[in-house]
Write a protein that binds this ligand. Structure first.
Ligand code: XMP
Length: 536
């Protein structure tokens, strides 16, 4: 399949470049910026994008691509650092700016330079993608999105500046003879006017990549791949109730013989309301034959008894999870040759050290329980990760295609330790029930009011505080509940959702009227950083 290879120099928006291009049907692969350009990396490649970076090209240890990138003959698009990298690598000069160019910045195209590019040439095809394309002879300008502290002090020989920022710095470059292009701004960011069309012009019109990346095609590729790797062996998948593992389960059922597929789900008692029933109904409906539901609520609650420290709670849950998993998998009595499937996504792979920033890796690592079972299967080469080439939005499309309910497909993320990290202090069955009821009302109301899909993650938190109130004429001593709703791109940073006050007040009243143990509701207005999304 045709693809665009993205060399990742560590920019926070590298993933976005991949996602944007996939949105119009061209497959993208992100590889570390300094990776050797082997045949595998280049197989099917129609063009290369050099990403942005937190580094400056003149920094010691700044990432440098395999020099072969410049001799493949493939079209190259340098974005921000990528452009500076190309400039520095070909005899130009990059210097710090007196002041960063940041946010929306007007970029004006030099129409004389633009019209000098021969009709039908790669440069003409590229520039036709810019906002206001076709209006030759007039000034063409648009608001690009920028974030850079360096600029090109001297262009490399052969490069022509065809666009300039409002502050007078080079913003768009083409090359006299080669299909090489450079942008000092970020077309992948949604705030960049016309950014999508610029990337589309590069991928489709300049590189000629065929838009053949569809979820139907992905299913067929997974089917072929599993037929080869797994054959007739059984496959075991642990289902968490989240989108990824549920879609992974559906994909296995679709691409393997359903009799080969064993799905295991642990009801820890720390799940959301009716979660176990909803997940098992969905999986049964799409053909699960071996769905093993493990009811282990009592074990989890007794392991959590008396624990109030967040880290101790997490540890207790993680340890118990592993031991029950080992015990139950052994009880299934699968032959040694079985494969273990995981719902790893493309972004997880990149974050786990194969590309993007190490910081992302460190923050996320505490979320993943390192299980001896997974390690043993990994060492035996028997892990399969059928979603590992997909972004989250693609997983959702795939889930819909496979017939999973919209409610699950669009579900907000839910932490592995479940409600235990949303009940501050000691976790008890009673508190789980109170929180489950309150959270259920909150989420149902968000859906009914059409707010759920505007929010990245919403949930309720039960605080270890009771406060005084009145119910009728009687004084009441009820628990305090916090509501949280945030918007985010990937959970690494988050902004508070600007909740319409009317909805917030009505939801709060509904909760205190319905869940009798809750006396007071508060709304959490902290962004991340400095707060985290969860409270523990
Ligand atoms: P924080 O609270 O770290 O959360 O800002 C970022 C995102 O990660 C989720 N989260 C977890 N997910 N196991 C998980 O699978 C965990 O232990 C865990 N802790 C937090 C959180 O819900 C948010 O989406």
């Amino acid at each position: 399949m045709d693809k665009i290879v993205i060399l990742d120099f560590g920019s926070q928006t590298t993933q976005l470049i991949g996602r944007r291009i996939r949105e119009f049907g061209v497959y993208t692969d992100i590889v570390p910026g300094d990776a050797p350009l082997t045949c595998t990396v280049l197989d099917g490649a129609k063009g290369i994008i050099l990403s942005g970076s937190p580094s400056s090209v003149y920094d010691e240890g700044a990432p440098v691509p395999d020099p072969a990138v410049y001799t493949t003959g493939l079209p190259i698009l340098g974005i921000c650092y990528g452009l500076q990298r190309m400039t520095a690598d070909h005899g130009g000069r990059v210097e710090p700016l007196p002041e960063r160019e940041y946010g929306g910045v007007k970029v004006t195209l030099d129409m004389a330079a633009v019209s000098s590019s021969t009709a039908g040439s790669p440069a003409a095809a590229f520039l036709a993608g810019f906002p206001g394309g076709g209006a030759s002879g007039q000034e063409r300008s648009f608001t690009a999105w920028m974030s850079h502290g360096d600029s090109l002090a001297k262009l490399a020989p052969g490069f022509i500046q065809v666009g300039t920022s409002a502050h007078g710095f080079p913003a768009v470059l083409i090359h006299e003879t080669k299909p090489w292009f450079g942008l000092q701004f970020h077309p992948e960011v949604t705030h960049c006017e016309g950014g999508r069309e610029i990337l589309r012009a590069f991928a489709l019109d300049v590189c000629g990549a065929a838009p053949e990346w569809t979820m139907e095609r992905y299913i067929e590729e997974v089917r072929e791949n599993l037929a080869q790797r797994v054959g007739k062996n059984p496959v075991l998948l642990l289902i968490s109730g989240g989108v990824d593992s549920t879609v992974a389960g559906a994909l296995l059922l679709k691409t393997l013989d359903p009799d080969q597929v064993h799905l295991m789900y642990m009801d820890t008692g720390l799940m959301r309301k009716n979660e176990t029933e909803i997940v098992s109904a969905n999986l049964s409906r799409i053909g699960a034959r071996h769905l093993h539901i493990i009811h282990c609520e009592k074990e989890f609650l007794s392991a959590l008894k008396g624990l109030t420290d967040p880290e101790e709670k997490r540890r207790a849950i993680g340890d118990l999870f592993i031991s029950i998993q080992e015990r139950e998998v052994a009880r299934l009595g699968l032959p040694e040759s079985y494969f273990l499937a995981q719902g790893t996504l493309y972004t997880d792979l990149i974050e786990s050290g194969k590309g993007v920033g190490k910081k992302a890796h460190v923050i996320k690592s505490h979320h993943n329980v390192r299980s001896p079972l997974v390690e043993a299967k990994r060492n035996a080469g028997r892990i399969i990760e059928p979603l590992d080439r997909l972004y989250k939005d693609e997983v959702r499309s795939l889930g819909r295609l496979l017939g999973i309910d919209e409610d699950i497909v669009m579900r907000h993320p839910f932490p592995g330790p479940g409600l235990a990290v949303r009940i501050l202090g000691e976790v008890t069955r009673e508190k789980c029930d109170i929180l489950r009821d309150a959270d259920d009302i909150y989420i149902r109301e968000l859906k009914r009011r059409g707010l759920y899909d505007q929010i990245w993650q919403a949930f309720a938190v039960l605080l270890p505080i009771r406060s005084v109130g009145v119910a009728g004429d009687v004084r009441k001593y009820g628990w305090v509940l916090a509501l949280r709703a945030i918007v985010s791109e990937d959970g690494m940073t988050a902004d508070v959702y600007p909740f319409p006050m009317k909805d917030l007040l009505e939801i709060s009243t509904l909760i205190t009227n319905t869940v009798k143990d809750i006396g007071r509701v508060t709304y959490d207005i902290s962004s991340k950083p400095p707060a985290t999304i969860e409270w523990e």
